[in-house]
Design a protein around this ligand. Structure first.
Ligand code: CMC
Length: 371
């Protein structure tokens, strides 16, 4: 029997990530996301996802050094980005520029694990540069040289604004990156694995993933959430807005999940961050509106919010432009995509399911002049 949307179909073995939808738990390579969000860093999680264990100090330092050394873009990619129409959406730019990167990659024609790890490092470092630089280019600002110090979150915020970011912003973004790093066979990761299973290259698989992430049912949802919050504008408008949305049978972005039947564990951290940032920045209303929406959607539809719901107000309060919310998801998920591509290559079989044919049979061909 066909399972619409492959719901609950197990399509692969994987040791990378366990999503326990009943208990609301998310585990990366054996470590609970709550532990990692509290104590770890994005760079450490990257190592964990790619290698199946936490790094030693030396391994951690080496990865951080490699990531820092690969932040710059090839000149040709930057030149091409400057020629893109200034109206191009950041996800379109990311998809196209990430694809270009393969032509300039030192390991372009290699597909062994060592070469793919080097490609994964370069892509993880270069994707934030593409996203930040595009915002500079489209707004006529200079593109700052990437920092040689600081973690990925600090460097990204610096390249985006040209200013040294404060510690709270860096730690908030770092936690958000940890939370978004992997999520088992979500649509974009599955797209990456399908591509990798043909033994195409890492960059092609990542481009497939970026295309899938862009959709509003996946990574695009966080942008739709902030648009909703801005449209609601004031706490008193939340209730009537939702009543109308329910009457019109609209989907409320940032709610529902294919796997979680209880609270998404990532939402807990993002909710807390949204409240903390709101208090510190004197913008608590976005948190308050979000809480009101969350309560009403749960009361009336019994739907829990997902990772995209509170990440929207968090990114907004970090002064990140709205159409960069989904690219930030890509900056983080790049680590998970790479882990899955590496895992797919390590034990590959072409992914080629079947379709239940529902079309007509036995039609007789008629030439054009008889139709
Ligand atoms: N608002 C209102 N109703 C909803 C929502 C929602 N956000 N989500 C699910 N429902 C209802 C849906 O209308 C359907 O009702 P009925 O059975 O009466 O037709 C029922 O719940 C099942 O929904 P579904 O769309 O068939 O569920 P799915 O498992 O195919 O889709 C989903 C999961 C995440 C695509 C969906 O919940 C949705 O569209 N949510 C809004 C978009 C969103 O927030 N996406 C981010 C997902 S989490 C991060 C990520 O993966 O990127």
């Amino acid at each position: 029997m066909v399972k619409a949307g492959l719901e609950d179909v197990v399509a692969s073995d994987s040791s990378i990530c366990n999503v326990d939808g009943k208990e609301g738990r998310l585990i990366y390579q054996g470590y609970d996301i709550h532990d990692l969000a509290q104590h770890s860093s994005f760079e450490e999680v990257v190592y964990l996802l790619w290698n199946g264990r936490l790094p030693t100090q030396t391994e951690f330092d080496t990865l951080c050094k490699d990531l820092k050394e690969n932040r710059a873009l090839p000149a040709a990619v930057l030149k091409m980005m400057r020629d893109f129409p200034k109206t191009a959406q950041p996800m379109e730019v990311l998809r196209t520029a990430a694809s270009m990167l393969s032509m300039y990659d030192a390991d372009d024609l290699e597909n062994d694990r060592a070469a793919n790890l080097r490609k994964a490092v370069r892509l993880t470092s270069q994707i934030p540069t593409i996203v930040a630089y595009w915002d500079c280019i489209r707004n006529g600002r200079p593109t700052p040289e990437p920092l040689t110090q600081g973690n990925l979150a600090a460097n990204f915020l610096y390249m985006l604004t040209g200013k040294k970011p404060d510690e709270l912003s860096v730690r908030s973004l770092d936690i958000a990156l940890i939370l978004h790093a992997d999520h088992e066979l979500n649509a974009s990761t599955f797209a990456a694995r399908v591509a990798a299973a043909t033994l195409t290259d890492m960059h092609s698989a990542i481009v497939a993933a970026i295309g899938a992430l862009k959709g509003p049912l996946h990574g695009g949802a966080n942008q739709e959430v902030i648009k909703m919050l801005l449209e609601i504008g004031e706490l008193s408008n939340a209730e009537p807005y939702l009543t109308r949305a329910f009457e019109e049978h609209k989907k409320i972005m940032g709610f529902g999940h294919r796997v979680y039947k209880t609270e998404d564990p990532r939402a807990w951290h993002l909710r807390k961050m949204s409240e903390e940032l709101g208090r510190l920045k004197g913008q608590l209303k976005w948190f308050e509106i979000s809480r009101a929406i969350e309560e009403k959607v749960f009361r009336e539809k019994h739907l829990y919010c997902n990772v995209d719901f509170y990440s929207a107000s968090v990114y907004y309060m970090l002064d990140i432009p709205i159409d960069l919310f989904t690219p930030i998801f890509a900056i983080s998920r790049m680590s998970g995509w790479a882990a899955h591509v590496l895992e797919q290559y390590s034990n590959n079989r072409l992914i080629r399911p079947r379709a239940e044919y529902t079309g007509p049979n036995n039609l007789q061909y008629q030439s054009l002049d008889k139709r």
